[in-house]
Ligand binder design. Structure first.
Ligand code: GDP
Ligand code: MG
Ligand code: ZN
Length: 366
C-alpha cells in the first residue's frame, strides 16, 4: 500500500485508453501500473484547448492525462494520440477487428441479413471474424452444411455454444491483446458472450432492443470491457439493419468470392458494376451474386438520394428503412454547452449513464 500521496508526478507521461464516454466525461484506464493501489481508472474531462481546436475524444483513444487527482480519481485529457483506425458506427478509435456474432437458430440464421452485416464489416478496414453461436440448437450435419456454404462465401466461421461452453477457447485466441468490436443483430448472444468472457461484468441478457427499450445502456453508448488476460471488447448493440453507404464501385470488393475473381482477372471496363457489361469477370453463378445486385441497387439509390439533397445533409440524415425505402429524418438537435453543477461533476460515470438524457449524451459529439 502506498500511504504517502506522490507530490511530484511527471504528468506528461501519464497515458491511458478511454474506455467509456458520457457527455463531457471520459473514463480512462491508465497504462501505467504505478498507481494501481489507488486508481487504475480516472474520470476525466477534456481540456478547453481540445474543445477549442475541435479535437474529439472517442472511446478507444489513447490520451495523455494532466493534473491527476489521485484521491478523487479525476484527471483532465490534454492530448489525443494519433488514431490507428476510426469507426463512426459505433464510434470507436483504434479498434483492430470486428467480431460478427450470429446465431444458428433462435433467431434462424438468415443468409441475406448475415450478408448485410458481413458487407458492412468488410467495408471498414478492420479484420473480421465470424462467430456462429447456439450450435447446441442444430445438428452436426446442419452445422457442417453451414460450414461448407460459408466456406464458398470465403469465410471460416467459429462455431460456439455459450450454454454448452463449446468453442470458446478457439474464440479467445482471436481476442487477446486486441480491441474488438462485437457486432450482430439482437438476440444472438452478444451480451451472453461478453458476460461469459468477462466474469466481473453483468450485461443484461435477453432484452430485445425494441423502440421502447432503446435506452442508453442498451443501444446508444459504447463502452470497452477488459478481458481478463488482456484485450478490450466493445459491445455495439443497436444496429439491426446496417446501412450500406459504400461507394457502388467498391461493393464487389466486399464479397470475398467476387474479390478473389477481381484479384485474378480484370473486367473489360475499369468502372464495371458487374451487371450486364461485356467481358465481366465477376458476374457468374456464385451463390450471393443476386445479393450483390440487390445491395448494389441500394448503394446506388442511397448515393443519388444524397446527391439530390446536399443542402439538407446538415440537418437531416438519410435512413434506409427495413423495407428498403429511404427517408430523411431530422438529426438530434444538440443543446448548447451547459456548465455542470458541482454535484454533477462529482457523480460517477455509472450515475451519469442513469441521469443523462440522450441529448446530453450526444450534445458534444454532433
Ligand atoms: N440455446 C442457446 N441460447 C443462448 C446461447 N447463448 C445465448 N443464448 C440465449 O439467447 C438469448 C439472447 O441472448 P443475449 O446475450 O441477450 O443476446 P444479444 O441480444 O445478442 O446481446 C438469451 O435468452 C440467451 O440466454 C447459446 O449458446 N445457446
Ligand atoms: Mg445484448
Ligand atoms: Zn465486371
Amino acid at each position: 500500500m502506498n500511504l504517502i500521496a506522490p507530490t511530484v508526478i511527471d504528468t506528461a507521461e501519464l497515458i491511458g485508453t478511454v474506455v467509456a464516454a458520457v457527455a463531457n466525461f471520459y473514463q480512462v484506464r491508465l497504462e501505467q501500473d504505478i498507481h494501481s493501489s489507488g486508481h487504475q481508472l480516472l474520470l476525466c474531462t477534456r481540456r478547453t484547448r481540445l474543445k477549442k481546436i475541435g479535437q474529439k475524444v472517442m472511446v478507444g483513444d489513447r490520451v495523455i492525462i494532466e493534473e491527476p487527482d489521485w484521491l478523487d480519481g479525476r484527471g483532465a485529457i490534454s492530448e489525443v494520440l494519433p488514431r490507428q483506425t476510426e469507426l463512426q458506427r459505433p464510434p470507436v478509435a483504434n479498434a483492430d477487428q470486428i467480431l460478427l456474432v450470429f446465431a444458428l437458430e433462435e433467431p434462424t440464421l438468415d443468409p441475406w441479413q448475415l450478408s448485410r452485416f458481413l458487407i458492412k464489416a468488410e467495408s471498414t478496414t478492420l479484420k473480421l471474424c465470424l462467430c456462429l453461436n447456439k450450435s447446441d440448437l442444430i445438428s452436426e450435419t446442419q452445422q457442417q452444411q453451414w460450414q461448407e456454404r460459408l466456406h464458398q462465401w470465403g469465410y471460416d466461421p467459429i462455431f460456439i455454444s455459450l450454454v454448452q461452453d463449446r468453442g470458446l477457447d478457439n474464440l479467445l485466441n482471436y481476442l487477446q491483446q486486441k480491441i474488438t468490436i462485437v457486432a450482430g443483430p439482437s438476440g444472438v448472444g452478444k451480451s451472453s458472450l461478453i458476460n461469459k468472457l468477462i466474469p466481473t461484468i453483468d450485461l443484461r441478457v435477453g432484452k430485445v432492443s425494441g423502440k421502447l427499450q432503446r435506452g442508453r445502456h442498451t443501444t446508444r453508448h459504447v463502452e470497452l470491457f477488459e478481458l481478463p488476460y488482456g484485450g478490450l471488447l466493445a459491445d455495439s448493440p443497436g444496429f439491426n439493419q446496417p446501412d450500406l453507404d459504400c461507394q457502388p464501385a467498391n461493393l464487389a470488393w466486399y464479397f470475398p468470392e467476387a474479390k478473389a475473381r477481381l484479384e485474378q482477372e480484370s473486367c473489360q471496363f475499369s468502372d464495371c458494376l458487374h451487371l450486364d457489361e461485356p467481358n465481366c469477370v465477376v458476374r457468374g453463378d456464385w451463390e450471393r451474386y443476386e445479393y450483390y445486385r440487390q445491395f448494389l441497387a441500394d448503394a446506388i439509390a442511397k448515393q443519388s438520394a444524397l446527391k439530390q439533397a446536399p443542402d439538407e445533409e446538415s440537418s437531416l440524415k438519410l435512413k434506409v428503412k427495413r423495407s428498403g425505402k429511404q427517408q430523411y429524418e431530422p438529426k438530434l438537435e444538440s443543446k448548447k454547452y451547459r456548465r455542470r453543477s458541482r454535484k454533477q461533476r462529482h457523480q460517477n460515470l455509472q450515475e451519469l449513464y442513469e441521469n443523462q438524457s440522450l441529448e446530453d449524451i450526444y450534445q458534444e459529439d454532433r
